[in-house]
Design a binder for this molecule. Structure first.
Ligand SMILES: *[C@@H]1O[C@H](CO)[C@@H](O)[C@H](O)[C@H]1NC(C)=O
Ligand SMILES: *[C@@H]1O[C@H](CO)[C@@H](O)[C@H](O)[C@H]1NC(C)=O
Ligand SMILES: *[C@@H]1O[C@H](CO)[C@@H](O)[C@H](O)[C@H]1NC(C)=O
Ligand SMILES: *[C@@H]1O[C@H](CO)[C@@H](O)[C@H](O)[C@H]1NC(C)=O
Ligand SMILES: *[C@@H]1O[C@H](CO)[C@@H](O)[C@H](O)[C@H]1NC(C)=O
Ligand SMILES: *[C@@H]1O[C@H](CO)[C@@H](O)[C@H](O)[C@H]1NC(C)=O
Ligand SMILES: *[C@@H]1O[C@H](CO)[C@@H](O)[C@H](O)[C@H]1NC(C)=O
Ligand SMILES: *[C@@H]1O[C@H](CO)[C@@H](O)[C@H](O)[C@H]1NC(C)=O
Ligand SMILES: [Cu+2]
Length: 570
């Protein structure tokens, strides 16, 4: 009897597999990276775009589909594209971060990214992963359920992707170049944007304000993506509530709120119900700023939620002025905490309970003393220093003549070392008044090796060096469970008992509380070289990154595929 049952189970499994395979599609796209004139804030800029679109094309796929994207670089900069949040099971060569999984695609060259979406549903996005190009090179990547399957909530009448961006009234590459030269903080942006448009609170920006449609009784599934370069953002809407149903392409136990906070890299799916008088309502976003004494862009971007049956403007009759919501104060960390504590998986999930690799990484800023061969123009950080950042006191340096994955694959020595510390090399009061003598990290290309299948826990601990700050930490190649978050120094004795091992949210980017910590868990089941970094691009450049090298397991199905023929070389 039991044998028959097993046989039946396998039979059903095979049929399901065959059916799902036959449904899966292969989608081919061409992305031409090129300079395009874009008019924003009264000026026209030559911005780097994909196919002349800003934001770039939205990719819509079903879970199980394969994407084949040929990226042709017709710009004057090196470029790579990262498929943010896509697990890239065994296809690490398609992940994108320059000098980690590939060398850049040089001007005039091309590279085809090929990968299959496996077991992910919801909202992700794609963006350049080279210098600051992602300021304008980004777009939505929407994963629908497999054909014939549905959302775990009633089918919405409409869906609208919302990409929150950050705009400089300058060339962002010049902005980062200037900061690298001076050692100081880069200029802050001049505007935030919704789907590329700042909205009508800015000069010359009324035309083109993004309209989000709805009508009485309808539900709109709004997929919010924080594509801003350096700024966590609050997001709200006048007179309407959000029902949060997903984040980072994982479903959540639905809850209602009037405000979201997204760190750069994070996505949140919300349902908005057309339950207010037909009219126009502002949707607005502005900074959540947790760093102290740091300048930031204090402007507000808007879009308009517009009821289709709202009275239309006609000749001589102006459109109804939208109702403006109130936004949290820029430093309202309580609202951030309340929001992030509301996130739970819809049901019990399989969180690793036994841990093989228990890692503790500090994350934070630092200051380098002015090197002897530098002049004062090159040391315009606080008190004649240069800004830096680190994890476990190592400021990450990318290789420049080969990618880490290729060095691993070919056995090239001297590119990286495997001695990234599993714990802070020095224990100190991380969130207290840290002695100035601890502020300068070392630099290096240090990585952590992980065995295939190992169950990993990482404590991410903010430090108050230079300033405490909420850092959005993104891990490539994985989703992880955020089992706990808190303020102050993580204390294993007292904090472990508070872990949520039942229904923690699954994410690819965790906004680590300012002056606090977050604990993540995952199983290392995807071989490759995976960068883990702060998603504030200003901090990546300063070195707030590291790489996890996950070994191959046993046999082909647990090993990374062979590199594609057209993989760019340095
Ligand atoms: C940065 O801001 C300063 C002061 O406003 C300005 O002089 C400089 O040109 C800006 N840099 C870039 C690259 O836009
Ligand atoms: C930000 O701008 C608002 C007005 O929009 C102003 O009230 C507030 O003081 C500003 N805050 C900072 C920190 O600049
Ligand atoms: C936020 O900043 C304002 C001044 O801009 C200050 O009065 C207030 O105490 C700050 N709130 C918190 C929670 O830090
Ligand atoms: C810079 O120097 C001043 C005066 O010595 C001191 O008060 C301040 O704390 C220093 N700032 C940093 C970031 O070291
Ligand atoms: C590549 O760079 C590394 C340092 O990152 C250096 O040790 C090595 O010699 C370089 N190899 C080549 C072929 O240039
Ligand atoms: C922080 O510590 C330094 C010495 O390391 C001391 O000079 C300073 O007063 C302290 N600041 C505070 C706010 O306790
Ligand atoms: C980081 O390493 C440098 C160089 O060894 C040391 O001076 C500094 O105190 C260390 N800081 C921390 C936080 O471990
Ligand atoms: C582009 O990448 C190559 C390595 O593939 C590097 O040698 C070159 O310096 C890069 N160019 C720029 C402008 O960064
Ligand atoms: Cu950061």
């Amino acid at each position: 009897m039991e044998a028959i049952n097993t046989f039946l189970a396998i039979f059903v499994l095979l049929i399901t597999l065959a059916l799902s395979l036959s449904n899966a599609k292969i989608q081919e796209h061409e992305f031409v990276v090129q300079a395009t004139p874009v008019k924003r804030l009264c000026n026209t800029h030559s911005a780097i775009t994909v196919n002349g679109q800003f934001p770039g094309p939205t990719l819509e796929v079903n879970n199980g589909d394969t994407l084949v994207v040929k990226v042709i670089n017709r710009a004057r900069y090196n470029v790579t594209i990262h498929w943010h949040g896509i697990r890239q099971m065994r296809t690490g060569w398609a992940d994108g971060p320059e000098f980690v999984t590939q060398c850049p695609i040089r001007p005039g060259e091309s590279y085809t990214y090929r990968f299959t979406i496996q077991g992910q549903e919801g909202t992700l996005w794609w963006h350049a992963h080279s210098s600051w190009l992602r300021a304008t090179v980004y777009g939505a990547l929407i994963i629908h359920p497999m054909q014939g399957e549905s959302y775990p909530f009633p089918k919405p009448n409409r869906e609208t992707p919302i990409l929150l961006g950050e705009w400089w009234d300058a060339n962002p590459i010049d902005v980062v170049r200037q900061a690298t030269e001076t050692g100081g903080a880069p200029n802050v942006s001049d505007a935030y944007t919704v789907n590329g448009q700042p909205g009508d609170l800015y000069k010359c920006s009324t035309q083109g304000t993004t309209i989000v449609p709805i009508d009485s009784g309808e539900t709109n599934l709004v997929r919010v993506i924080n594509a801003a370069l350096n700024q966590p953002l609050f997001f709200t809407i006048a007179n309407h509530k959000f029902t949060v149903v997903g984040a980072d392409a994982a479903y959540l136990k639905p809850f209602t709120t009037t405000v979201l906070m997204l760190g750069p890299g994070q996505t949140t799916d919300v349902l908005i119900k057309g339950d207010q008088p037909p009219s126009r309502y502002y949707i607005a976003a502005r900074a959540y700023q947790s760093a102290q004494n740091a300048g930031f862009d204090n402007t507000t971007t808007t879009a308009i939620l517009e009821y289709k049956s709202a009275p239309c403007p006609s000749k001589g009759v102006a459109a109804i002025k939208p109702l403006m919501p109130s936004l949290p104060a820029y430093n309202d960390t309580n609202t951030v905490t309340t929001f992030s504590k509301s996130l739970r998986s819809p049901r019990r999930v399989e969180v690793p309970t036994e841990i093989d690799e228990n890692l503790f990484f500090t994350i934070g800023l630092g200051l380098d003393n002015c090197p002897p061969n530098f002049n004062s123009n090159q040391c315009q950080g606080p008190n004649g220093t240069r800004f830096t950042a680190s994890m476990n006191n190592v400021s990450f340096v990318l290789p420049s003549n080969i990618s880490i994955l290729q060095a691993l694959h070919l056995g090239v020595q001297g590119v990286f070392t495997t001695d990234f510390p599993t714990n802070p090399p020095l224990q100190f009061d991380y969130t207290g008044n840290v002695s100035r003598s601890l502020w300068q990290p070392i630099s290096g290309t240090k990585v952590t090796k992980l065995k295939f299948g190992s169950r990993v826990q990482i404590v991410l601990q903010d430090t108050s060096i230079v300033t405490p700050e909420n850092h959005p930490i993104h891990l490539h190649g994985y989703d992880f469970y955020v089992v706990a978050e808190g303020f102050g120094n993580f204390d294993p004795k007292k904090d472990t008992s508070k872990f949520n091992l039942v229904d923690p949210p699954q994410r690819n980017t965790v906004a680590v509380p300012v002056n606090g910590w977050a604990v993540i868990r995952f199983v290392a089941d995807n071989p490759g070289a995976w960068i883990m970094h702060c998603h504030l691009d200003v901090h990546i450049g300063w070195g707030l990154a590291t790489v996890l090298l996950v070994d191959n397991g046993i046999g082909l199905l647990e090993s990374i595929e062979a590199p594609p023929q057209d993989l760019p070389l340095c």
